[in-house]
Structure formats: C-alpha cells, structure tokens
Design a protein around this ligand. Structure first.
Ligand SMILES: Cc1ncc(COP(=O)(O)O)c(C=O)c1O
Length: 486
C-alpha cells in the first residue's frame, strides 16, 4: 500500500524529538514558576470556583484549539484553574504535595510507559518495585518471607489484600461462594469506604462487612471485636478476618494493633491493616512507635501518595507471607505467562488486578534516590509537629473545639461561638465551609462525627506554619460574622 504523505507529516511533527525538547523545556519552566508562586501562597487562592457544567462547556470549546491556532497554551490554562495541592493554605484531603523531582521522573515514566505485567517489558520498574517493597518490609519489621506488589491506589490495594485473605481460606476462584456460611470480615466503623466496597465487589453483600463500633477515641478495640465476632457467628457468618486502621480517614486515629493482633491470633483470623495514611510513619523514628504491632499483620497497605510525597496513585500491598500475594489473583493468562501458580515475582500481573500498570516501581524508587528516607522522615515529623501546633491553637481558643486530640496529622474541629445557640453550630460550620471553599483562600473538608458537623484538615504540607492556622481561624470567625449579618 502506498504511504499517505499527507498523514505522515503531522505524525512526524508530533513525534519529533526536537519539538519534544522545546515543549518539555517550556513546560518545566512554566511548572517551576508555578511552584515558586504557589508555595509562597501569597496572592493566589487554593482553588478557583467554576460551576462543573460551565467548566465542561469551556473545555469543550477549546478542545480542538492549539497554540498555533491562537488558543491558550494548554499547560497555562490548566495551571490557571487547577486545585493547588502545594499551596500552604490547602488544609483539606490526605493528598500530599508532590516532590518536584518525582514529577520529573513521572515524565520519564510516561514517555517510556513500559507496562510491568510481565518481566519482558518490566525492567527496570519491576526490580525497582521489589527493592522498594523489601526496604519498606524491613522498616516495618516484617520477616524475610514478606513480599507484595505496588497497586494504583489504596482502594485497589485493600481489595487485593482482601482477595488474598479470602483465597487463603476458601477456594473462591474455583468454587465461587461456599455453599454453607456467608463470608464476612470485621471492620472498624471508622474504616474507609473502599473496604466496604471491596467486600461488596467480592459478592459478600451488606452482611459481609460487620462494622464494629469504635471507642470514644475512634479506636477499634478487642472489647468491641469479641461481641461482634460472637454475634456474627451466631448469625451464621464465616468471619475470615479483621480490618484495622492506621490511621482512620476521618480522624487519623491508629488502632491498637497489638491488641487486635492478639484477638486475631486467639480466634485464628487474618489481620489486615489499612495503613494507607500512617503506614508511612515507619520512616520516622519518632512516629514509628505509633505503629507498634503493624509487623504482626498478615497484610497491609501503605500509600506513597499520601505521606510520602509521591504522585498519585502509588500503593504498597505487603503480605507477611509473601506467597499469600499470589493467591489474590489465582488465575491463568496464557498469552502472558504459561505456568499458572508459580511464584514469579517478576511477572507483576500475576499479583495485581492491573494488567498494564504505570511504572510504579520507578515512581516509588525515585523517592529514595531524589529524597531519601531522611527527607521522608523530615516531612512526616514536620507535618506532625505542625498539626500539634494547630491543635494547641484550637484548644486555647474559647470559640473552637476539637473532636479528639490528634494522633497524626488529621484534625477535626469546629467553630462554637457562644453568641450562637449550640443547636445552630452544625449548620453554621456547614455554611462556613461552603463559603470558605467558594472563596478559595483556604481549603478544608467537612466530616460528620457522632451526629455533629466538623471541619477536617489533613496537614500534608511540610512548609505550613502557625501563622497559616491563625489566619484560618480568623477567616472562619470573619465568615461567621458575615453570616450573622445576613
Ligand atoms: C485509610 C484509607 N484507606 C484507603 C484509602 C483509599 O486510598 P486511595 O485513594 O489511594 O484509593 C484512603 C483514602 O483516603 C484512606 O484514607
């Protein structure tokens, strides 16, 4: 067939190495300027509000534009409207500011884009992944049998671990649901919703997730687990394990892991720890003791994109007995590998839901090469210290209250002015947050706990300081006065 020259020219232009160089240099310059500005936080909001439907209309209108046709540069356009995660007044979700060097490595990963399903295309991401997981297992204090995988996110990581938990105790891949007894897991009522989702994806239904009440400090306790297990058994459920938190999404609370591990040992149950948030503390010598007992878990997840400065999504799923990791997806895929059930760590897809994966190993490895454990420790220690400052400020303010003393870098608090009736405080905090988010100077989230509305901040930015928290409290007071005047 004759080649179509008219289509070759734009293709050649699009893949031209020099054009890539020019675009790349310009993009890095734009991002460096952006970073300098956003980190100073001076005269820019954390986010600018756009109605979602209006935003789609705008993006549809500019979809076919390029710089040559006079359209706005795409990167500039994105930077103008995006949420600014590196902003010091971003006190919202548990998404940390990305290490700039890690973003550069992500560019490399995106261009090479070698899937790590099988080793033939998996080098270097797969061996890097193994090196990172070994280091992590060592820091946790797991035995040398430990092994695992990286997945795209904690939700997928939790599902992967729970699939392995199930397969280690019943051959669901071959047999489906057991004929007798419905499978279930005991879960802290404070668990992230993805644990509930994982159980439902496995077909366990509403009864398959037994939510166990937490104590007054939001911790899962053996005293709560014992009756929950007895009741579940009496109801005909076959309980396979327990899911504990380190730390809980809403409050950052870390469950007493030794106590829960003892309970699991007593009853022959699998212990999975969702350490997506605080598992990172293994890199800080001062914070590590909070995780005591994590090394006794059968499986655990730790997100690199929460506390470890990685771009999303990068999650470690670790198993005490590495061979258990091969149980999660005990399945054949003839076009990828020929022998089922062999423990070939180098063929990544054997142990993850993802067939093609981003170069997660490179992404995680880069954090050690460009930052190192000392940087990770410094960042963790700094945000924990900043959170203690924030909590102290709230405790000394008459018009604010804390839900619970923070154990990590997540804080729940609310404005409780005596000029307002206490019955109005929930609605007031709700409105304050809505206005804060619309105005965009600060970003905080909301949470409902024990029937009350709280503001919630994950302090993720190691450069945040006390003045930012003082400014936030003043801003909240100002908005409340504005509401009162209305
Ligand atoms: C405790 C916990 N587990 C799991 C997740 C889900 O993680 P991901 O967003 O990486 O899927 C979160 C997210 O916030 C979380 O806080």
């Amino acid at each position: 067939m004759e080649s179509d020259l008219s289509s070759e020219a734009p293709l050649a232009r699009a893949f031209d190495a020099e054009a890539f160089r020019a675009l790349g240099h310009r993009a890095v310059d734009q991002l460096a300027d952006y970073l300098a500005k956003v980190q100073s936080g001076e005269d820019m909001p954390v986010r600018s509000w756009e109605d979602p439907e209006d935003a789609v209309t705008l993006w549809e209108a500019s979809m076919d534009e390029d710089a040559a046709s006079g359209g706005e540069d795409l990167i500039a356009q994105v930077l103008r409207v995006a949420f600014h995660g590196h902003h010091p007044r971003n006190l919202g979700h548990q998404v940390g500011p990305v290490l700039p060097a890690a973003a550069v490595v992500d560019l490399v990963a995106s261009l090479l884009d070698t899937g790590s399903g099988v080793y033939e295309v998996g080098n270097p991401a797969t061996p890097m992944e193994r090196a990172v997981l070994r280091r992590l297992a060592h820091r946790i204090g797991l035995p040398s049998t430990a092994d695992g995988v990286l997945t795209s996110g904690g939700s997928l990581g939790n599902l992967t671990a729970l699939l392995a938990m199930r397969q280690c105790q019943s051959d669901a891949w071959a047999e489906g649901q057991p004929a007798e007894g419905r499978l279930a897991v005991l879960v802290s009522e404070e668990a992230h919703y993805c644990v509930d989702r994982a159980a439902k994806i496995m077909g366990w239904g509403e009864r398959g997730v037994v939510a166990v009440p937490a104590d007054k400090d939001f911790r899962l306790r053996a005293a709560g687990l014992e009756p929950a297990l007895a009741e579940a058994k009496a109801a005909g459920l076959v309980v396979l394990g327990v899911v504990a938190n380190a730390g809980a999404t809403a409050t950052g609370t870390i469950d007493p892991l030794h106590e829960i591990a003892d309970f699991c040992e007593r009853h022959g149950l699998w212990l999975h720890v969702d350490a997506a948030h605080s598992g990172a503390f293994v890199f800080s010598s001062s914070a590590r003791p909070m995780l005591s007992g994590l090394e006794r878990a059968d499986s655990m997840v730790i997100d690199f994109h929460k506390m470890l400065l990685s771009p999303s999504l990068t999650t470690a799923v670790l198993f005490r007995r590495g061979k258990d990791s091969y149980q999660a997806f005990a399945q054949k895929a003839d076009y990828l590998w020929r022998v089922d059930q062999t423990e070939d760590w180098w063929d990544g897809a054997k142990r993850t839901l993802e067939c093609t994966r981003p170069m997660l190993g490179l992404r995680a490895y880069a954090l050690f090469r460009y930052g190192g454990e000392r940087l990770l420790e410094a960042s963790i220690d700094r945000v924990l210290e900043a959170t203690r400052d924030f909590a102290a400020l709230i405790e000394t303010a008459d018009d604010f209250e804390l839900l619970v003393a923070p154990e990590s870098n997540i804080l729940c608090y609310r404005y409780v002015p005596i000029e307002w009736k206490s019955s109005e405080w929930d609605a007031l905090n709700e409105r304050i947050r809505a206005i804060l988010v619309r105005e965009g100077r600060f970003y905080v989230v909301r949470v409902e706990k024990r029937g009350r509305t709280y503001l919630r901040s994950a302090v993720m930015n190691p450069f945040v300081h006390r003045a930012v928290f003082e400014d936030l409290l003043d801003e909240i007071r100002r908005i409340a006065q504005m509401i009162e005047r209305e």
